[in-house]
Design a protein around this ligand. Structure first.
Ligand code: MF3
Ligand code: CO
Length: 279
């Protein structure tokens, strides 16, 4: 057993969480910008260079570059690729592709990590449904990240939704604690039983990252030693946020404060004179 298995789960202060949020803001800025430029004809290497330039302009550093020898800044996983796709000048985005963008930043010694999967142009209805369900799976995991809850509650929430919708959870990769390093304890599986596993406490910061496959959950790694693909060649999707567990509920650190992730705009203010409550 390596020592990390017994390493404690860090509890971050309000100030520390605010620093992680600053790193998370850069992650979000870069993913938003990438979302606009991920169009047919662009190579995945161009996306990587774009992400690096944006990050450095914002004062951050790409967290994945050199991590365990990873050769790029961004992970770009297309279609049947699950995660850890290496950008290449030879991979050109095409209409109908599904593109997973996974990005991490270190800023002032603090890490944040997030991912989203996007349609390139128009995609099949089957692809669009997988993306929508995977995004909801992440929202469910986030909603379960409350003080006193168990890690298994998060995994169970993801697994239940995935299976209800006829999809499979990838088990070979998990979410993780994050803060001073990209990967800290605990590991956060996207499957499990309610009430099982470590009990969450305010101050824990977790990268929650469900990966759902249209077919079986089985994956294999390509000869580049990084790219994980579905064993059956069917589509996969991945969404991730860095989330703080707090007494006020889960706080997503890889979104601007008060942002509505699903509508992708600032959340509506509370009902005021003449305003209607949004559903
Ligand atoms: N979000 C992924 C993870 O937490 C990305 C890591 S890519 C790597 O594992 F290159 F840094 F490994
Ligand atoms: Co991660």
């Amino acid at each position: 057993m390596d020592g990390s298995a017994r390493e404690r789960i860090a509890l971050r202060t309000r100030e520390e969480i605010a620093r992680i949020r600053e790193a998370g803001r850069v992650v979000w800025e870069v993913l938003e910008a990438l979302t606009a430029v991920a169009v047919p004809g662009v190579s995945t290497a161009e996306l990587d260079r774009f992400a690096e330039a944006r990050t450095r302009a914002l004062g951050g550093r790409p967290a994945f570059l050199g991590y365990r020898g990873y050769p790029a800044c961004l992970c770009v996983s297309l279609n049947d690729e699950v995660i850890h796709g290496i950008p290449s000048p030879h991979r050109i985005l095409a209409e109908g592709d599904v593109i997973g963008l996974d990005y991490g930043v270190v800023l002032g010694g603090w890490f944040a990590d997030a991912a989203r999967t996007l349609p390139v142009g128009r995609v099949s209805e089957e692809a669009a449904r997988l993306l929508a369900v995977t995004r909801r799976a992440l929202s469910r995991a986030i909603a379960a990240a409350l003080p006193g809850a168990h890690l298994g509650d998060l995994g169970a929430a993801v697994q239940a939704l995935a299976e209800e919708e006829g999809y499979s959870v990838v088990r070979d990769f998990v979410g993780h604690g994050i803060g001073r390093r990209l990967h800290e304890p605990p590991q956060v599986p996207n499957y499990g039983s309610p009430g099982a596993g470590v009990r969450l406490r305010a101050g824990m910061v977790l990268a929650l990252e469900p990966m759902l496959n249209a077919g079986t959950g089985e994956v294999r790694t390509l000869d580049d030693d990084w790219t994980a693909v579905t064993a059956d060649g069917r589509l996969s999707a991945h969404f991730e946020h860095t989330v703080a567990v707090t007494e006020n509920g889960p706080e997503i650190l890889t979104l601007p404060e008060g942002w509505d992730d699903h509508a992708n705009r600032p959340a509506a203010e509370g009902p005021g004179p003449g305003s209607e409550r949004r559903e």
